[in-house]
Design a protein around this ligand. Structure first.
Ligand code: ADP
Length: 433
């Protein structure tokens, strides 16, 4: 039986039954009694229909599946079907609500901003990242026109021109954003914002590094090429001059070598693929060797003293030697003749400390925050004169970072500087002498 038949066949059968009953009354008690019985049956069934219509009306006012009325005859089927429709609807609604919650959760975790708008750019929904990128607030701005909320002229032009296949690059609240507008469905648009600030910064750093490194290498190379040209053009040059040129070329070659060594060290330190390999670093022999090298670099021009009082340490010997050597050689290189340098290794309040104090030229406080940047120098000519690569403190910073340590610099122009490397206490190895 098809679904329509379940309604009309029983209804027709019931009508025929009542008609038959009225006929039977007319047969036994006469036509008037039969008509009266038919009228009574008609009124009774009509009343019943009105009663169920009334109950249906009541239910439709507040259509909850639990309040579904029972029925009689065809109404049983109608109520059963309405009940099923209602239950299906409730299930769909709860599935939709669940899906919507999951969709919003996923959108909220996206690293990019997402704004959903209608066809005339009225804000319907946006995720927290887009609130941060564009300064929106879903609670406050829902239903408002996005072009009234983001008033940057480039953004307005982008919307007006409608060339949405191209992204818009824009700076908003100090962030470099890439914005895409994507029309979807018929009457909706989605705005995706991506924060490019960090990538741009890294890109600029990389470009600066290449430019700086090329510049640093070009200077010694120009000197070497100059002497080579002289040697080619003037083969009759006397031996002493020629020797002098060779010495100067060797110096520049050494400078290039130092620069490349430092660049490679820095690249290795910065690379995430080279994890810190730790061992017990024997501090005293390492510092004694560094002291000898410092004395050699100073050639007796400074008074250099050292105290080693702290424990050995867990760390990487090569990296720590490189960091400490850089700090000590800086002290020698930036301290005029007759000055003093004090190197100490102590067990500080919060862990081991390596301190280099000098009575050198000092550093103006304005330079301190940038001192560990690659190729940053306070005085370029002095750095070059003293064979500096401009990478020493960048190396120190990275080594310390890899050991969980920090660098503390205090300095006064004309009086001297103090560089302090503060290591975490857990790296100290007290049991090993
Ligand atoms: P450089 O090879 O030029 O010495 P560094 O990275 O080691 O490069 O140091 C960066 C800059 O910090 C130096 O050019 C110098 O201007 C300054 N500097 C470092 N150490 C000292 C110090 N002990 N006294 C004065 N200035 C210093």
């Amino acid at each position: 039986m098809n679904s329509q038949a379940t309604f009309w066949i029983p209804a027709v059968l019931r009508a025929l039954l009542l008609l038959g009953a009225a006929g039977a009354v007319a047969y036994f008690w006469g036509l008037t009694a039969g008509l009266a019985a038919g009228l009574v049956f008609f009124i009774a069934t009509s009343g019943l229909q009105l009663f169920y219509l009334y109950k249906l009306g009541l239910w439709l006012d507040k259509p909850e599946s639990e309040r579904m009325p029972d029925g009689w005859g065809g109404w049983t089927e109608i109520f059963a079907r309405l009940y099923k429709l209602k239950r299906d609807d409730e299930k769909n609604q709860s599935e939709l609500a669940e899906w919507l919650t999951r969709f919003r959760q996923a959108m909220s975790r996206l690293p990019d901003g997402v704004v959903i708008m209608d066809d005339v750019l009225f804000l319907e929904w946006c995720n927290p990242i887009s609130e941060k990128h564009l300064g929106l607030s879903l609670e406050r701005d829902k239903g408002m026109r996005v072009t009234n909320l983001i008033r940057h002229p480039d953004f307005i032009d982008y919307i007006i021109l409608g060339r949405y296949e191209q992204p818009l690059n824009i700076t908003l609240k100090g962030r470099k954003l890439v914005i895409h507008l994507i029309p979807f469905e018929n009457r909706r648009q989605i705005l995706v914002t991506h924060d490019q600030t960090e990538l741009d910064r890294i890109d600029a750093m990389r470009r600066d590094f290449i430019a700086n490194a090329s510049h640093e290498l070009r200077t010694p190379l120009t000197v070497i090429n100059g002497f080579l040209e002289i040697a080619l053009a003037q083969p009759e040059l006397d031996a002493a001059t020629r020797q002098d040129h060779v010495r100067l070329m060797a110096e520049q070659g050494k400078r290039m070598q130092n620069l490349i060594d430092d660049m490679l060290t820095l690249t290795r330190l910065e690379s995430l693929d080279s994890p810190l390999r730790t061992e017990v670093v024997r501090i005293r022999p390492m510092l004694e060797q560094i002291l000898q090298e410092a004395k050699a670099l100073s050639s007796g021009k400074h008074n250099i003293v050292m105290d080693v009082d702290g424990p050995d340490m867990k760390g990487n010997t090569d990296e720590m030697r490189s960091a400490f050597t850089n700090l000590v050689s800086n002290a020698v290189r930036y301290t005029p003749e007759g000055g003093s340098i004090h190197i100490s290794w102590i067990n500080g309040e919060n862990g081991p400390e390596f301190i280099v104090r000098d009575t050198g030229i000092g550093i103006d406080p304005e330079h301190l925050p940038r001192l560990t940047e690659r190729f940053y120098r306070v005085d370029k000519s002095r750095s070059r004169e003293t064979k500096g690569t401009g990478l020493g403190l960048a190396i120190v910073k990275h080594v310390l970072l890899r050991h969980g340590a920090s660098l503390n610099i205090a300095s006064k122009v004309g009086e001297g500087s103090q560089f302090k490397a503060l290591f975490p206490a857990e790296l100290a190895v007290h049991s090993v002498s």
